[in-house]
Write a protein that binds this ligand. Sequence first.
Ligand code: SAM
Length: 294
Amino acid sequence: MDQNNGATAGTLYVVATPIGNLEDMTFRAVRVLKEVDAIAAEDTRHTGQLLKHFHIQTPQISCHQHNETRRIPELLEKLRQGQAIALVSDAGTPGISDPGVPLISACIAAGIPVVPVPGACAAISALVASGISLTRFSFEGFLPVKGKERRNALEQLAQDSRTVVLYEAPHRLVATLTDLAAAVGENRRVAIARELTKRYEAVWRGSLADSVTEWSYADEYGLTLKGEFVLVLEGAIACEKAAISDDQLLEELQQLIDQGVSKSRASRQLAQDHGLSKRQVYDLSLQLGDASSP
Ligand code: SAM
């Protein structure tokens, strides 16, 4: 039985949509959204713009955390009657720090097939651009904002040997970097991915200590930090393994200085390579008595 011009009847499709760049919409996502009977959307106005761009005329049903207790039974009924439904969130993959999991779980419990249509996800995009180990990683999403829950989460991160992915709001970025540095050690490497796939996409990489200095500028100048951010934090063991003795560091500094690199540049480069603070490496470089410029 196939009432849906291609989409399989009575199936929930979990469809990823772009996280900023519309070119990241997949051919399959467009086809499925055209073929299903209805699209369950986190925000119908937001998704409406995406649908308009891709000339998709499928009707939408709003489904978000505030109305899902009412919506889920309605959607299950439609699915049982043979309708195909797509679930989308405002951006990226539904269920990843987004609504969707209660509907997916309800479908599974009711024996309704759930089919993923993969695509953009800010966490995965940030991970691959981070330069930090991808062998084992964990996804934390947004850290609890305050109190014991936040302290507990930070304590756990200090022990976690896996690379950790965090989402953070711009106005909390510096506070979170500061808390991370205090909880897990300021030498841990971090990658800060901003505005992925968009015009002002940038990935900053360095130690937690340097990240606080680097990203505090907005607070210092009374500016509001804007954009969307993902943090990729090096795991505990990876950080220990990367530890380098002062003697080794001095040797590497000397090699660079002998090649004509200034102490300041050599310190910056080695700080980045080893996840150390620039200040720490530069202070060490002052022990090297040579005539090179700072
Ligand atoms: N479901 C989405 C996904 O698959 O990535 C995540 C939705 S969550 C409500 C929104 C958070 O994801 C943002 O606050 C930010 O941390 C991260 N995010 C989403 N889009 C991003 C982008 N283009 N660049 C950087 N971070 C992004």
